[in-house]
Design a protein around this ligand. Structure first.
Ligand SMILES: [Zn+2]
Length: 74
């Protein structure tokens, strides 16, 4: 019986330490996760204008962004 309570106590300690470690790791991950996210976002916004392809209007020959509403001025 004494060994059983000892195991139970050990398990409790392990769970408490594990939970504490998990909490500590989570706080660490959030701060480290935010930095790559920011750089990723910057890269995305930088490559976005490059991704825009220009289309030549068959009517007036003006180059306009693909998908954008174009109106011929004549
Ligand atoms: Zn046009």
């Amino acid at each position: 019986m004494l060994s059983f309570s000892k195991i139970l106590f050990t398990a409790l300690v392990v769970v408490v330490v594990w939970q504490g470690f998990k909490l500590f790791n989570r706080g660490k991950q959030v701060s480290s996760k935010e930095q790559p996210k920011q750089t990723k976002h910057e890269k995305k916004s930088q490559s976005k204008p490059v991704a825009h392809e220009l289309e030549k209007c068959p009517n007036c020959g003006v180059y306009h962004a693909e998908g954008n509403a174009h109106r011929c001025e004549d």
